[in-house]
Design a protein around this ligand. Structure first.
Ligand SMILES: *Cc1c(COP(=O)(O)O)cnc(C)c1O
Length: 465
């Protein structure tokens, strides 16, 4: 943090020293249309009477198709399992079913939600640490692929498979030099390969999941696992699959926007002069499908997979939700404060920062909210607080350069929140209702640019999209 390099107050009415640089998010067409519509957002806000999330499932379909195109382009058999923990919406699962993607689940509840969204049991992957017996039984019954995370789980699965079996299994690998609590060590893998009884266990391959967004680490581990696959086949296992997990980046903001922020960020931009120590990388130069392409190109991984007849599975969560949703709050209070001799606004919105998860990781969600409706005015440094009694309940601690002073009744639209932000930490704190999700679609499901009318309905209610 460069707290001593605050630029002199210049331009922007002398406010720049206490105001963060703008962080406009990349936006999809559907968002532009929603923001440009004179009535749509207001109608939804009036009907719902509290904060809400917008989802545009057609964008999920498009994201899935872009990953599928990368697999096809490189001649690799691929399988996509949506990492369901990134968003709970049934509409996202239905988008997966429509686009031919599977779902990666970690609880019996996620498992049944995926089934009822139309995803076949055989297209489910079950990951997570020692799984409940209920979840393992569902997996065996529905022939889902289980990523086994400890040796005992293999024994339990073998016992459950009696009658319904064999259980379909990949072994989750502890990456080299990793301190992860997940995965099997080399010794545990060796033992599993010899101990797995083919009547009850069908060993279909190996999996891993890495934190961070490193291309080379994923490709190198996949290459090493191709050797493991050959070895397992030598032992008689019908190995078909390597899963390289999730962790495909999302590009929220432009490179120069991100650079300008990182170069200038300092505690004076934040309410209480308190800046986070680190930030999620909101600019990603090689996001989602491009990252998959880079992985497949690394040391000709694609060729090696093809030669070995191995299917590559991926488990993207965040990347399938890129630009598929935003979160809308209504301004219910505006007060004025002074920092370092400059006035700024603190807004209170009608929801809490539980609906913006990044705020719960001692960091800050950096893509700027849009103040709606757009009107001319003077730049106004603005922090955003939640409607709770917690000092730390702030949706934006930094002073955002809003294009005009916000007023009671205005809406704040936080962009690109579908991946992890909107619902992973939500609770009915203060007995405030959990914000509903509104699913948007075009009347004829045509490309949004074809000017089909935007329609909306509450998520989880009847409807096809
Ligand atoms: C969380 C998780 C994912 C999804 O990760 P993203 O970063 O959202 O792509 C995939 N696989 C496993 C095992 C996970 O735990």
């Amino acid at each position: 943090m460069k707290s001593e390099t605050v630029p002199a107050s210049t331009g922007r009415s002398g406010l720049s020293a206490i105001t963060a640089t703008p962080m406009p998010a990349h936006r999809d067409d559907w968002e532009r249309r929603v923001l440009a519509d004179p009535n749509l957002l207001r109608d939804m806000a009036d009907a719902i009477g509290g904060p809400f999330h917008l989802l545009y499932p057609q964008r999920v379909v498009r994201n899935i198709r872009e990953f599928q195109r990368v697999f096809a382009g490189q001649g690799v058999v691929g399988a996509i399992y949506y990492g369901k923990k990134a968003n709970k919406s049934p509409a996202v699962v239905r988008a997966c079913a429509r686009a031919g993607a599977g779902v990666d689940v970690s609880s019996a509840q996620e498992f049944t939600a995926a089934l009822s969204g139309g995803v076949r049991g055989t297209d489910l992957m079950v990951t997570g640490p020692s799984k409940s017996t209920r979840l393992l039984s569902l997996a065996v019954r529905h022939r889902a692929l289980v990523a086994v995370d400890d040796p005992d789980e293999l024994t339990r699965l073998g016992a459950l498979a009696n009658g319904d079996g064999p259980a379909r299994v990949v072994l989750r690998v502890l990456p080299p030099n990793s301190t992860s609590r997940f995965g099997l060590t080399c010794d545990e893998l060796d033992l599993a390969l010899t101990a797995a009884d083919e009547d009850s266990i069908r060993l279909e391959g190996f999996s891993f999941h890495l934190t961070g967004y490193a291309v080379a680490d994923r490709a190198e581990l996949a290459l090493a696992l191709i050797e493991r696959c050959r070895e397992a086949r030598g032992l008689g296992h019908p190995v078909t699959t390597i899963s390289i997990g999730g962790g495909f980046g999302v590009n929220y903001v432009a490179a120069d926007t991100w650079r300008t922020f990182l170069d200038g960020v300092n505690p004076r931009w934040f309410h209480g002069d308190r800046a986070p120590e680190s930030y999620y990388p909101y600019h990603c130069p090689v996001p989602g499908p491009a990252m998959l392409a880079a992985i497949l190109e690394h040391r000709r991984l694609a060729d090696h997979l093809r030669a070995a007849g191995i299917r590559l599975a991926i488990e993207p969560g965040r990347a399938l939700l890129d630009r598929a949703g935003s979160s809308v709050f209504r301004v219910q209070g505006v007060k004025s404060r002074t920092a370092h001799g400059h006035r700024y606004a603190i807004l209170t919105v009608d929801g809490t920062s539980l609906s913006l998860s990044e705020q719960w990781f001692e960091s800050e969600y950096l893509p700027d909210p849009v103040l709606w409706p757009a009107r001319p005015g003077a730049l106004s440094p603005t922090c955003v607080g939640g409607a709770s009694c917690l000092e730390d309940d702030m949706l934006s601690r930094r002073r955002i350069p809003l294009p005009r002073p916000a007023e009671i009744g205005d809406l704040l639209v936080y962009p690109n929140t579908a991946g992890y932000q909107m619902d992973s930490n939500e609770s009915a704190f203060h007995e405030l209702p959990v914000p509903p999700k509104v699913v948007l679609h075009t009347a004829n499901d045509a490309a949004i640019s074809a000017n089909g009318e935007l329609r909306w309905r509450l998520d989880g209610k009847s409807g096809e999209c």
